[in-house]
Design a protein around this ligand. Structure first.
Ligand code: WQD
Length: 334
């Protein structure tokens, strides 16, 4: 029996595949390389010394997806396929809703056809919109997302809830990620955004590496200790391990719908991150304070208690490891 990982060559997908293989799971990956590279597959093999099956397909291609289910005994699906650039989603809503929402629907429909009902879904803290309280618990209200990317996650969460109501033999875990950063300690896999990065850490490492001139810090007049935005940065390897714990939970329960925040519970400001990066790597990061970025909120961090209690998972890696591993990856891939 195998775990089907959609988007398994991507940033979070590839790190999760490594953890799955390390725990002895059989893995089948599908990816269309729309935002990932073929080399990642060999890097996964190099890290784990294990192999997996791979299909280069888009999950909207129902016929090709059915072939994957025909040719393999799939026990569960982890869905990392999807577009994730917030700014781009505002310009391309049809593409985002088609790929993320329609893709998820084709995937779920195919799972249903083949009697596979165990599903782990990559959601995002973005579904909380401007959070009603900090730290954010899973009970906080969701909605009022500010871009099609976030709304696509919200829609898929709703589809999963409705699906479970219609047939409670489904076994679903929704994981709401906070801000994933870092890379595998080998430096062989990591985050490779196309073009100029939107997210903080990929931008910081490129300034340190000299490929970008300076970081723009988007506002220093927020109601936070130093005025810059506060987020819950989580090491991607911790995040990947959270998926293994989620899968184990689903294996124990056999049915249900579960929702967990995957964050550290610690909030760091933009300037905290810049200072931690400089201290850890010895590189300097030039920055200037600019206007606030539209749609940003002041503070966002998780209450990760539920995941600790019910999954037995908590983030172990700190801000130094996040900075060290992000830098290590870039150094190897300059
Ligand atoms: C972090 C902080 C910025 C860039 C987004 C998505 C979310 C999730 C993760 C997943 C903020 C500041 C950033 C820069 C800056 N997506 N910043 N200069 O906005 O918390 O979350 O990414 O796929 O859904 O909304 O993350 O890394 O963009 O920003 O000052 O050049 O860094 O204002 O305070 P964000 P981020």
């Amino acid at each position: 029996m195998a775990i089907l990982v959609t988007g398994g060559a991507g940033y979070i997908g590839s790190h999760t595949v490594v953890e799955l293989l390390n725990t002895g799971k059989e893995v089948v990956i599908i990816d269309d390389f729309s935002n990932s590279k073929q080399e990642v597959l060999n890097a996964i093999r190099e890290i784990t010394k294990k192999d997996f099956k791979f299909y280069e397909i888009n999950y909207l291609n129902r016929e090709a997806l059915e072939k994957v289910f025909e040719e393999n005994k799939i026990e569960a699906v982890m869905n990392f396929a999807g577009f994730k650039a917030v700014g781009e989603s505002i310009k391309k809503p049809i593409e985002y809703y088609t790929n993320n929402v329609s893709g998820a629907l084709v995937l779920l429909d195919t799972m249903r056809k083949y009697g596979v009902k165990t599903f782990v879904f990559s959601s995002s803290a973005t579904v909380y919109g401007d959070p009603e309280k900090i730290p954010i618990t899973e009970e906080c209200k969701t909605g009022e997302t500010t871009n099609p990317y976030g709304t696509s996650k919200l829609f898929i969460e709703q589809i999963l809830k409705d699906l479970y109501v219609s047939d409670n033999s489904w076994n679903i875990c929704i994981l709401r990620y906070f801000n994933p950063v870092g890379a595998h300690e080998s430096g062989l896999i990591g985050e490779e955004p196309q073009g100029i990065p939107n997210n903080l850490m990929p931008y910081v490492v490129r300034v340190a590496a000299g490929t970008l001139k300076e970081l723009s810090v988007f506002g220093n007049d927020y109601n936070t200790p130093d005025g810059t935005g506060v987020r819950d940065y989580i090491h991607v390897v911790d995040l990947a391990k959270g998926h293994i714990k989620a899968l184990e939970k689903l294996e124990r329960e056999q049915k249900g719908l579960y929702i967990y925040n995957l964050g550290t519970g610690n909030g760091y400001s933009v300037l905290d991150m810049v200072k931690a990066f400089e201290k850890t790597t010895g590189k300097s990061v030039a920055y200037k304070i600019t206007e606030r970025r539209q749609g940003d909120i002041a503070t966002c961090y998780a209450d990760p208690t539920k995941a600790k209690q019910e999954l037995g998972w908590e983030a172990k890696l700190g801000i130094e490891e996040m900075c060290r591993d992000s830098w290590n990856y870039i150094e190897r891939h300059k």
